[in-house]
Design a protein around this ligand. Structure first.
Ligand SMILES: Nc1ncnc2c1ncn2[C@@H]1O[C@H](COP(=O)(O)OP(=O)(O)OP(=O)(O)O)[C@@H](O)[C@H]1O
Length: 347
């Protein structure tokens, strides 16, 4: 459906998109994720035809889009601030793309009715958009983008301004809607939760390049690099020397999965993979105690920060009944399946 081939955009001497290769298959939902300024919006704009490439190609359905204007690309766009027309009612907004294409009045009305049903606003045609809540405006913007049946729907921070509860509900609705319609979607967001809930595949960007691409569960469980791990909020990263299935670190010897990269590496320990073990009966000189520096109740678990005798702090996630008091001395063990030996950063 969509292919980017070495797509490059420069502002001055800085490549904001740096030879990006990306494919999106028909019916696939791809979310581009990355910190502010990593080039996500520029990528969308390049696909839409709002940004000219300095190098490489954008292909839609196999056809090079060089010189093809925005309205001829057959893509639907939905931006963060909705950009609804305040002087038009809901129906007028949803019908916009259809009017532009010269669709007949009766067909427009039928399609608008169908889309408002679909996005959960049945019968809202005559309502004023100014009187809608943020979530309702978002639905109208979505209906408007879907009305002309675009072959590719592109969303830029689609739920950006809404409050968290509403976002979490809408993201589930969006996914169900796109699945039932078979819509091909390319979305960008800086919110990992949103990307992981919505996407079949996530693409993590850094400085105009793709740092990792894969199914949500794959990226979550095996971040490719320290950058991706930290971007996903994993802070338990430590230098390690890996030999076979054991890593030597400032946190002691840590078991690692079989077939892990060997030698001098960075190592990620997911907080859920830290276990506490009783100190009694253990030779203290071999297994020095850790101190519980802080504990924070997080609802479903307790986040415990542990400090070794010498070395960086380690975060653990424990069930409430297992969480020790602040200041307690504990022993620590690691589950190999929650340890990831990180790959090298891209050059
Ligand atoms: N027209 C422009 N002229 C100069 N620099 C630009 C222009 N548009 C974007 N940039 C720069 O390109 C970089 C990437 O911008 P882009 O909007 O693609 O990032 P982003 O990942 O979408 O960020 P955000 O999450 O903050 O929207 C930024 O550093 C931005 O300042």
């Amino acid at each position: 459906m969509l292919r980017l081939d070495g797509a490059t955009v420069r502002f001055g001497d800085r490549a904001v998109l740096d030879a990006v290769d990306l494919e999106v298959a028909e019916h696939e939902i791809v979310c581009v994720l990355g910190p502010s300024g990593s080039g996500k919006s520029t990528l969308l704009r390049a696909v839409a035809g709002l940004q000219v490439l300095d190098g490489g190609r954008v292909l839609l359905g196999g056809a090079d889009q060089r010189g093809v204007p925005v309205h001829r690309r057959g893509v639907g766009l939905m931006f963060q601030d909705h950009q609804l027309f305040p002087q038009r009612d809901v129906g007028g907004n949803v019908a916009f793309g259809l009017r532009m294409r010269g669709t007949g009045k009766a067909e427009q009305a039928e399609r608008v009715r169908e889309l408002l049903d679909l996005v959960g606003l049945p019968g809202a045609e005559r309502r004023s958009v100014a009187a809608l809540s943020g979530g309702e405006q978002q639905r109208v913007a979505l209906a408007r983008a879907l009305a002309p049946r675009p072959r590719l729907l592109m969303l830029d921070e689609p739920l950006g301004q809404l409050d968290r509860g509403l976002r979490e509900r809408l993201v589930v609705e969006l996914r169900q809607l796109f699945e039932s319609l078979g819509t091909t979607v390319l979305a960008v967001t800086h919110d990992q939760g949103e990307a992981f809930a919505l996407a079949d595949r996530v693409v993590v960007m850094r400085d105009g390049r793709i740092a990792q691409s894969g199914a949500p569960v794959e990226v979550w469980s095996r971040p490719a690099s320290e950058f991706v791990a930290r971007f996903l909020g994993f802070d338990n990263v430590v230098a390690a020397r890996v030999t076979g299935v054991v890593a030597d670190t400032a946190w002691g010897k840590i078991p690692v999965p079989e077939d892990s990269p060997q030698g001098e590496r960075r190592l990620l320990v997911r907080p859920g993979g830290v276990r506490l073990v009783p100190l009694e009966g253990r030779p203290v000189e071999r297994e020095p105690a850790w101190t519980v520096e802080s504990r924070t109740f997080r609802g479903s678990h307790v986040a415990v920060r542990l400090r070794p005798v010498d070395g960086p702090a380690l975060d653990a996630e424990l069930p409430l009944r297992e969480a020790p008091e602040e200041g307690a001395a504990v022993g620590v063990a690691f589950r190999a399946e929650d340890v990831v030996v990180l790959g090298d950063e891209l050059p």
